[in-house]
Design a protein around this ligand. Structure first.
Ligand SMILES: [Zn+2]
Length: 345
């Protein structure tokens, strides 16, 4: 209901020229867009900010290309701060396998510059991203009773799966399986739960919730996709030692695949950042870092705290346009982002 009211208000503002005026007043500023992976099947209904339908993304790109917004790379937006036009930058986070499986063709077709921030732990291990896959299984099993019985883990527990309890059950099961040292064993538990609840983690032969493999990463890099840093375990430690370790491991892994990559851009996982991290990033030679704080990127923006708009399947076209022209710092709601992220273990 609230969303409908918001859309009606935005339509009225657009009709009376509010978008036109905002765009004019915001000349010289840049809207940095943030995307994640693509949806093979119904993942966009499960996490609309994390998995967008390829068709919806294609529509956004087509609209942008037919508009008088200029799509530029983040590097160009930084170089041309205070330019005369209205710039838009496309960024993608995490490195989901669907970025290649469903996005590669779209990226090639549109010929647009994209910065892709890679988190490396699950790239290295492959398999499914455990907390996201587990939450998906539970989301598909609402109303069912689930007996989690595992002799190796010494567990025999019954859950009744209700929509509001999915997050709590997910973290409970994750805590239990974290006793297993081997990621392969942890993965096996997730697949057994999927079988027990009759949920498939495959769609048309593709494993869902997987991260890019080396070959896929290299192929994307050949298509003007600029690969950059996003920590190894998708986390943002507050202490310098653990934070540096995250960046180092992330950097080392990407360099092990792309020895000549220039890794000087960073994205804070889940948009979580602390002022002191800027200095640590500078020590790594990082020249820009993006958040999911609302707003446009201006010539006064701190380059290590560049705001972005998190686009997704649940964002109406009129909301998208309102963000681009800079009208809705006021309406922005980033809280849902934190429900849509993952951490690696
Ligand atoms: Zn991320």
């Amino acid at each position: 209901m609230l969303k409908t009211i918001k859309i009606i208000i935005l339509l009225i503002i657009k009709l009376i020229g509010g978008f036109w005026l905002a765009k004019k007043l915001n000349k010289g500023k840049t809207c940095v867009l943030c995307y994640h992976g693509f949806s093979h099947h119904d993942e966009h209904l499960f996490r609309p900010k994390l998995f967008m339908k390829p068709k919806s993304f294609a529509k956004r790109m087509a609209w942008l290309k037919s508009s008088n917004y200029q799509i530029v790379s983040l590097q160009q937006a930084i170089k041309e701060r205070g330019h005369e036009g209205n710039h838009v930058v496309i960024t993608m986070d995490d490195g989901w396998a669907s970025t290649h499986e469903l996005g590669k063709e779209l990226i090639q077709l549109n010929g647009i510059p994209i910065m892709l921030y890679i988190t490396s732990y699950y790239m290295k291990t492959q398999g499914v991203v455990i907390n996201v896959a587990l939450a998906y299984i539970l989301w598909k099993s609402v109303g069912k009773e689930f007996q989690f019985k595992d002799e190796q883990l010494g567990i025999d527990k019954v859950y009744v799966i209700k929509p509001d309890d999915i997050a709590a059950i997910t973290s409970d099961i994750r805590a239990i399986i974290s006793q297993l040292d081997d990621i392969v064993e942890r993965q096996a538990v997730i697949f057994r739960i999927a079988v027990q609840l009759e949920v498939s983690l495959y769609y048309k032969g593709q494993l869902l919730f997987r991260m890019l493999n080396k070959q896929e990463l290299l192929e994307l890099a050949q298509d003007q996709v600029n690969i950059q840093l996003h920590t190894h375990h998708h986390c943002s430690p507050k202490e310098e030692g653990p934070f540096n370790k995250e960046v180092e491991q992330n950097k080392d892994y990407i360099l092990s695949i792309m020895a000549n990559a220039q890794l000087d851009h960073f994205c804070y996982p889940s948009g979580e950042f602390y002022q002191k991290q800027s200095r640590w990033l500078e020590n790594f030679g990082v020249t820009s870092a993006t958040t999911v704080s609302p707003g446009l990127f201006t010539k006064n923006t701190d380059l290590l705290q560049i705001p972005r708009f998190l686009d997704g399947e649940d964002v109406h076209q009129i909301e998208f346009e309102a963000e681009l022209c800079g009208l809705v710092g006021w309406f922005t709601d980033v809280t849902s982002y934190f429900d849509n992220t993952f951490s690696a273990n």
